[in-house]
Ligand binder design. Structure first.
Ligand SMILES: Nc1ncnc2c1ncn2[C@@H]1O[C@H](COP(=O)(O)OP(=O)(O)OP(=O)(O)O)[C@@H](O)[C@H]1O
Ligand SMILES: [Mg+2]
Length: 256
């Protein structure tokens, strides 16, 4: 397996509060990695450090290094490139479906281009919209109403639209922050199936509280606790023989 993201000596702060403590980890390409751990342990913060969003909070800062694979045997330093460039390579989907409310379904899918000032020829835009909506399993449901607002869709459909929005600009990495926690069981199952189909084209890091979900979809699991990364490895191994006592307690529902 190939290295994708190398995180070295990463600390993250809100004011004086250190919420990530010397994180060292390598995530792999074309794999699904689940980030788990109790509420407040720093999962969202870690995702937001990876795509340069943490620093958007007032008085928030980061120390350490993150390197992202960018072509054969080449890594770029995430913190010495433009945040907008990094966010094109590292897409994100959030907990609550949040299509742009003033945009149509069509515009939402290509919003990454619109917001980056890239004007696509009409035919190319149409191709990207169709291809991406097919990829997320939404095309048949919305092809007759591409000019309607994205917010008019059901919650599960809106979330798939958010996946399409993130995927349309062909990111290397997709960060998912509890993408199914606001959805019903059927929509959750659809999104889990979608995530599995995506791993041929994009590397995925997913925050989930749900041990069952991590077991169903992830190849690797990282377990965080109070800002530390306590355990990391292949899901099957971590789930069957956790090394750290806290990991075991979390997996068996004693904490979390
Ligand atoms: N905007 C903020 N300002 C100050 N502190 C924050 C802010 N956001 C998060 N924190 C703190 O940073 C720590 C890590 O929070 P984070 O949101 O990364 O946790 P999490 O693991 O994603 O939790 P959850 O499972 O509840 O989403 C927590 O102690 C939290 O209180
Ligand atoms: Mg969170």
């Amino acid at each position: 397996m190939n290295e994708l993201l190398k995180i070295e000596n990463l600390n993250a702060y809100f004011d004086k509060n250190k919420v990530l403590k010397n994180i060292n980890v390598v995530f792999y390409e074309k794999k699904i990695t689940a980030l788990m751990g109790p509420s407040g342990c720093g999962k969202t913060t870690l995702l937001r450090c990876i795509n340069r969003m943490h620093e958007l909070n007032e008085n928030a800062w980061v120390e350490g290094n993150i390197f992202l694979k960018d072509g054969e045997n080449k890594f770029i330093d995430v913190y010495s490139h433009e945040p907008s460039e990094i966010r094109r390579k590292i897409g994100m989907v959030f907990q609550k479906p949040n299509p742009f409310p003033t945009m149509t379904i069509f515009e939402n899918v290509i919003s990454g281009f619109i917001l980056n000032g890239i004007k696509l020829p009409k035919k190319q835009a149409e191709e990207i919209v169709e291809e991406t909506l097919k990829k997320v399993g939404l095309w048949d449901e919305v092809k007759e109403k591409l000019n309607k607002r994205g917010t008019f869709l059901s919650g599960g459909q809106q979330q798939r639209l958010c996946f399409a929005r993130a995927l349309a600009i062909k990111p290397t990495v997709l960060l998912l922050d509890e993408p199914t926690s606001a959805l019903d069981p059927i929509a959750t199952k659809n999104i889990e199936d979608l995530i599995i189909t995506l791993k041929d084209t994009v590397s995925i890091i997913i925050v989930t509280h749900n041990v069952g979900q991590a077991g169903r979809i992830s190849d690797y699991v990282a377990f965080m606790y109070l800002g530390n990364l306590l355990e990391y490895g292949e899901t099957e191994k971590v789930f069957t023989t956790p090394i750290n006592k806290k990991t075991e307690e979390f997996l068996t529902g004693k904490i979390g």
